[in-house]
Design a protein around this ligand. Structure first.
Ligand code: NHR
Ligand code: GAR
Length: 208
């Protein structure tokens, strides 16, 4: 049985989707803990209500990113994680933290990487006139939003879309894509060759 630790900063709907999929699909894994850098993250309430262990490491109590990441690492490691999943986690992580979890740290990012790394992806996709948008699950490396891509899902950008309507369309796909990709990692079905990730049994890594 593998231990999954989920890192959140807010609503936690992707974390919820992971918790639900793990339970209903009978993964060989458990959600060992949900850890937030914000004490008021709504996702913490969902985790507590489900009897999942929670922890808060508030970045505001730290003078440097190194000091925050050191405490975050201690907190996460207390749950003996095999996999660490960022789910709407909003703090850039130091190279030392990323190296400690190399190969077992993944993220869901709300764009079709390598387009629109960083923040405000939906606004930037709309401003750029893109006709397609989407989401990416990737391994986290020190190079922000540039780690090897595990899976992507595409959605249309529709005439009249606002940041909110596009974000909602992308989020609905994240709730399908992220649990699926995470389960592949749990089941050791991914091989990484440079930036290229392959599913060893040829499952489609693109959701259209
Ligand atoms: N850390 C590393 N080293 N590499 C990645 O690929 C990471 C990462 C940390 C988080 C998620 C990412 C996203 O999906 C992620 C990927 C936050 C920021 C950011 O600028 C950027 C990318 C992501 C998450 N954060 C600000 C900061 O100064 C704070 C913003 C806030 O608190 O609202 O850390 O988009
Ligand atoms: C998700 O769309 C995720 O891709 C995005 O924020 C949302 C979090 O929702 N992540 C980022 O923008 C990271 N910078 P959730 O908290 O309900 O899962």
């Amino acid at each position: 049985m593998k231990n999954i630790v989920v890192l959140i900063s807010g609503r936690g709907s992707n974390m919820e989707a992971i918790v639900q999929a793990c339970a209903t699909e009978g993964w060989n894994a458990r959600i060992a803990a949900v850890v937030s850098n914000r004490p008021d993250a709504a996702g913490l309430d969902f985790a507590r209500a489900r009897g999942i262990a929670t922890a808060v490491v508030d970045h505001r109590g730290h003078a440097s990113r190194e000091s925050f990441d050191a405490e975050l690492q201690r907190s996460v490691d207390a749950f003996a994680p095999d996999v660490v999943a960022l789910a709407g986690f909003m703090r850039i992580l130091t190279p030392g933290f990323v190296a400690h979890y190399a190969g077992r740290l993944i993220n869901v990012h709300p764009s079709l990487l390598p387009a629109f790394t960083g923040l405000h992806t939906h606004r930037r996709a709309l401003e750029s006139g893109c006709k397609a948008a989407g989401t990416t699950v990737h391994f986290v490396t020190a190079d922000l939003d540039h780690g090897p891509i595990i899976a992507q899902a595409v959605v249309p950008v529709l005439p009249g879309d606002s940041e909110e309507t596009l974000a909602a369309r992308v989020l609905a796909r994240e709730h399908v894509l992220y649990p699926r990709a995470l389960r592949w990692l749990v089941d050791d079905l991914l091989r990484v060759d440079g930036l290229v990730v392959r599913h060893t049994r040829g499952e489609p890594q693109l959701l259209v």
